[in-house]
Ligand binder design. Structure first.
Ligand code: 5GP
Length: 183
């Protein structure tokens, strides 16, 4: 029987176990580096929700979380280059040590703009954590990614928070769409 979890149009790139093991390492690294800091994780909706939920449980610190929603990809696979704030943070980040938590960095336009926006709000420090880094299509080549799960080739991936036209975010693994015309 074929379910969405065994969809023949998807090829697994990272299993749930591989993702979990890598996030444990990232969490340990962040725990060590933010011991005496006032850490706020800022998740970028919606793609980061699974990564955010798993990463924060691997960080053994008294942290806070907040979320932003921005538009970048509009129901398609091509970056618009335009970043619009759809939902802003609930609390000020002045004096805080902020890590932006993102699902994937592709062109880098979204995070470049987000770091500009959040960078102007008086945070004590601002870093970037992304589960996936897709460096090939990068336009903002000097964007510094401080914590990354995996570097991937220039393929369109779904699952573990990442969608194709709103679907497949709930897949527990990261998969590559074999035939995008059959999404
Ligand atoms: P960037 O601004 O770096 O080009 O794109 C960042 C956003 O584009 C990500 O947060 C994600 O929503 C979307 N994106 C980029 N590459 C992919 C991909 O391979 N799969 C999916 N599902 N979304 C992607």
């Amino acid at each position: 029987m074929s379910t969405e979890f065994t969809n023949p149009n998807l090829e697994i790139m990272f299993t749930a176990e591989e993702i979990s093991a890598r996030i444990k390492e990232l969490g340990a690294q962040i725990t060590a580096e933010y011991k005496d800091k006032d850490l706020v994780l800022v998740g970028v909706l919606k793609g980061s929700v699974l990564f955010m939920a798993d990463l924060m449980r691997e960080i053994d610190l008294n942290l806070k979380i907040d979320f932003m929603a921005v538009s970048s990809y509009k129901d398609g696979t091509v970056s618009s280059g335009d970043v619009e704030i759809l939902k802003d943070l609930t609390n000020p980040i002045r004096g805080k040590d902020v890590i932006i938590v993102e699902d994937i960095v592709d062109t880098g336009l979204t995070l470049f703009r987000l770091t500009e926006i959040l960078g102007s709000r008086g945070a004590n420090s601002l870093k970037i954590a992304t589960l996936l880094d897709k460096p090939e299509p990068r336009i903002k080549k000097d964007l510094k990614i401080d914590y990354k799960g995996f570097t991937i080739p220039n393929r369109f991936v779904v699952g573990y928070g990442l969608d194709a036209a709103g679907r497949w975010r709930n897949l527990p693994f990261i998969g590559v769409v074999i035939d995008p015309s059959k999404i």
